[in-house]
Design a protein around this ligand. Structure first.
Ligand code: PLP
Length: 397
């Protein structure tokens, strides 16, 4: 065996197994409706694409400063001020290849062997494996559907030990879509106020919230919390730019400097052309977000109503992101003539084979009993998916 212990400790995402099978079926000509996706189905707005074309024509095609161009970091600082009431200097901001790299860099820059990292479940699939790659120890806290899948202050309190280094908050959350109110964040901040704990606040779904919900960045809770927060955000979800790979960290200067060092020896700067596009995304007209949100809201309303009208399915109605996370455990123990559903992975396989719907089992997010359905697909697909789902579930007894 030539692979490292580091790699042997981590897992291939269970989401991949469903995705691989779905791809095979698609290649065979089967019309699979893909509700497993984690990206907006809209094109990148025109003005952003034009900014990228212009950057190419102007030969902005060389290395940039490792931490990102001055112009982009200025646009990020202005965005953080405008939207989040946060003041960051350019040396407190670094641009990386997507928010995923930002989370990983944040962990690598701060975690020592056997430090404890608190991760509320359901969690984004990559957090525990990233912690593992940094030789840290994930401490998973299960949140409850009845609490809107949000970490309660008393749960945080009882998970803290002298070894606790970081709390990772995903707000709004992938996979549940739930988002913390200001007062909920304040209660969590109160718990760690006198402890030496950092917070990685993954705010990549910041702009995707619905109704009257008002997003608050964890760093803006207080000056003390700002000093402990490594903020993660990016342009991928807000501006339908997942392929451009631009994310950013904002945080205390020493941590950003440490991330800069790591990045200088791994990937160097993010793509120069993508950085130019990201400036236009952050500083240009913002109305496209509203248009996308309206469409997501309609889909959420429709899909939530239809999904919860299916016998045995309950579903928390979240404030953010583009996922629903229904409880499907009613179907565990039920079977067709040939297949018995024991857990969420089986449920995912059943609906893939019988309804030709790809979705992700809750077990991938540390939450057995649930499924993650993305509504980042057309209304037409969602309507067809509901019909197929009803039929496939009616086969079970
Ligand atoms: C919670 C969360 N954080 C980070 C990311 C990574 O975003 P990016 O595509 O910018 O790397 C994702 C993408 O799925 C996500 O869901």
């Amino acid at each position: 065996m030539h692979t490292s212990e580091r790699v042997n400790k981590i897992h291939v995402s269970p989401t991949m197994q469903v995705a691989t099978e779905a791809k095979k079926m698609k290649a065979e000509g089967i019309n699979v409706i893909d509700l497993s996706v984690g990206e907006p189905d809209f094109p990148t707005p025109h003005n952003i694409k034009e900014a990228a074309k212009k950057a190419i024509d102007e030969n902005q095609t060389r290395y940039t400063i490792n931490a990102g161009t001055i112009e982009l970091r200025k646009a990020i600082a202005q965005k953080l001020k405008r939207d989040n009431h946060l003041d960051y200097s350019l040396s407190e901001i670094i641009v990386s290849n997507g928010a995923k790299q930002c989370v990983y860099n944040s962990i690598l820059a701060t975690v020592n062997e056997s430090d404890e990292i608190i991760i509320p479940a359901p969690y984004w699939v990559s957090y525990p494996d990233m912690v593992s790659m940094a030789n840290g120890k994930s401490v998973i806290i299960e949140t409850k559907e009845a609490d809107g899948f949000k970490l309660k202050p008393e749960q945080l309190e009882s998970a803290l030990t002298p070894k606790t280094k970081i709390l990772i908050l995903c707000n709004p959350s992938n996979p549940t879509g739930s988002a913390y109110t200001k007062s909920e964040l304040e209660s969590l901040a109160e718990v760690i106020k006198n402890k030496n704990v950092l917070v990685i606040s993954d705010e990549i779904y910041e702009k995707l919230t619905y109704g009257d919900f008002k997003f608050v960045s964890f760093a803006s809770i207080s000056q003390e919390m700002k000093r402990r927060t490594i903020l993660v955000n990016g342009v991928s979800k807000t501006y339908a730019m997942t392929g451009w790979r631009i994310g950013y960290n904002a945080g205390p200067e020493d941590i950003i400097e440490a991330i800069n060092k790591i990045q200088s020896h791994s990937t160097s700067n993010a793509s120069s052309v993508s950085q130019a596009a990201a400036i236009e995304a952050l500083a240009g007209p913002q109305y496209v977000i509203g248009e996308m949100l309206e469409e997501f809201k309609l889909r959420q309303e429709y899909f939530h109503k239809e999904l919860t009208s299916i016998k045995g399915i309950s579903c928390y109605k979240p404030n953010g992101a583009f996922f629903l996370f229904p409880n499907v455990s009613h179907y565990f123990g039920k079977s067709t003539d040939v297949f018995k559903i024991a857990h969420s992975f089986d449920f995912a396989m059943h609906i893939l084979y019988e309804a030709h719907i790809a979705a992700v089992p809750g077990s991938a997010f540390g939450a057995e009993g649930y499924m993650r359905f993305s509504y980042a697909t057309s209304m037409e697909n969602l309507k067809e998916a509901i019909l197929r789902l009803k039929k496939a579930l009616s086969m079970l007894s």
